[in-house]
Design a protein around this ligand. Structure first.
Ligand SMILES: Nc1ncnc2c1ncn2[C@@H]1O[C@H](COP(=O)(O)OP(=O)(O)OP(=O)(O)O)[C@@H](O)[C@H]1O
Ligand SMILES: [Mg+2]
Length: 353
């Protein structure tokens, strides 16, 4: 390897991006694997304009080699999928030019997720708003004179306004937990008292939906000589929020006249072997088995199996998205399983020893 290519390889290693060494006529002298992946495997020795078509590319190479200019170009490639790149063309050594290709495809899909999100939020806000405007108009058109109609409409309007409020609260909450996701909480929190307090706070809601709530603790958790067997590293309010959302779902979507069980035990590996350093809480309810194509998507924002039903229950479709972010922040694992008319949502968290 001569000096020139050796310097190129060192540079390419340092940059850790798709890199190509060209001569002043755009002929490829060397290219790293990432560049071959993008441009094709047999570009070495050939003029690169055959493989990379861009109206300003040849000019950028010429200016880099004769004037020492650095140029940045946007470049889109249609292979199996559309990919977008930024090309940077810079002088390397006299008569040679370095091309570095930055992949912007990920940034674009982040952009798409963001714009889908805005579209979803707008859509979710529009329906209560349309209902509100409709009732206001009806009242203005004379219904305001009719006492019974007026009271009925006002109560529906109140419900719609409350729905918008809930949606906005959930969105703010979600953005807060997202922002905190990378900070590891460091207080020790006793989980079982939270679950017990939650179960009694939610008994009213459970009663109204013909459900009972039980908290069960696996004996193996209590058998050790640990005096804080239920402590995990966490933020109390966030953990409470996780289980409140899960219990609420179990009450809402579970079969009538059935129980919601909160089962606490040691964490388990996929093989079934227990792990002393993990605590697992399962929220279990009876009800229709959730089909696999839905299961994988339940934690997406606004994803609901039955929009009408969730909406009627006051749902915004953000509950599990919030749960997922909080569990991630706690370095925990969320698992959703559904079989034989039973749905189990497991949250596994690191214990404080
Ligand atoms: N225990 C469960 N049994 C059956 N379906 C469930 C269960 N939990 C969640 N789902 C389904 O997953 C969807 C998303 O749940 P999620 O908690 O994110 O939103 P939501 O309950 O509709 O509204 P929100 O929680 O924001 O008030 C629900 O609409 C429901 O279709
Ligand atoms: Mg929910």
């Amino acid at each position: 390897m001569d000096d020139l290519t050796e310097r190129f390889w060192n540079m390419a290693k340092l940059l850790d991006e798709a890199s190509v060494l060209l001569d002043a006529q755009s002929k490829v002298v060397a290219a790293n694997d990432a560049a071959l992946d993008i441009l094709g495997s047999h570009i070495t020795g050939y003029p690169l304009d055959r493989f990379l078509r861009h109206p300003d590319f040849a000019d950028a190479v010429r200016r880099a080699s004769y004037e020492g200019a650095l140029t940045s170009l946007d470049y889109t490639r249609m292979d199996q999928v559309r990919r977008s790149f930024t090309l940077r063309i810079a002088p390397f050594e006299p008569g040679y030019v370095l091309l570095v290709i930055f992949d912007g495809t990920m940034d674009l899909s982040v952009e798409r997720i963001r714009s889908d999100f805005v579209a979803n939020v707008s859509h979710e806000l529009r329906s209560p708003l349309t209902a509100l405007s409709g009732f206001i108009e009806t009242l203005q058109d004379g219904a305001v004179e009719d006492e019974a109609a007026r009271m009925n409409f006002l109560s529906i309007m109140q419900g719609e306004a409350a729905r918008m409020q809930r949606l906005i609260d959930d969105l703010l909450h979600l953005s807060r937990v997202e922002a905190e996701e990378h900070r590891l909480p460091n207080a020790a929190v006793e989980l079982v008292p939270i679950l017990e307090e939650l179960a009694s706070a939610m008994r009213d809601m459970a009663d109204k939906n013909d459900k009972t709530i039980n908290v069960e603790i696996a004996p193996d958790l209590l058998s050790g000589n640990d005096d804080t067997p239920f402590a995990v590293q966490g933020v109390r309010d966030e953990l409470r929020q996780v289980f409140q959302n899960l219990v609420e779902n179990a009450i809402r979507y579970g079969a009538p006249d059935s129980a919601v069980n909160l089962r606490v035990g040691k964490g388990r590996l996929a093989s079934g072997q227990t792990r002393d350093d993990l605590l697992r809480v399962q929220v279990i309810n009876k009800g229709e088995t959730i089909a696999p194509e839905h299961l994988a998507r339940l934690t997406e924002r606004f994803y609901r199996i039955d929009k009408g039903r969730s909406r009627q229950m006051g749902g915004t479709g953000l509950g599990l998205a919030i749960v997922k972010h909080i569990v991630n922040r706690h370095r925990g694992r969320l698992r959703i399983a559904s079989a034989a008319e039973e749905t189990t949502i497991s949250v596994t968290l690191p214990r404080v020893s």
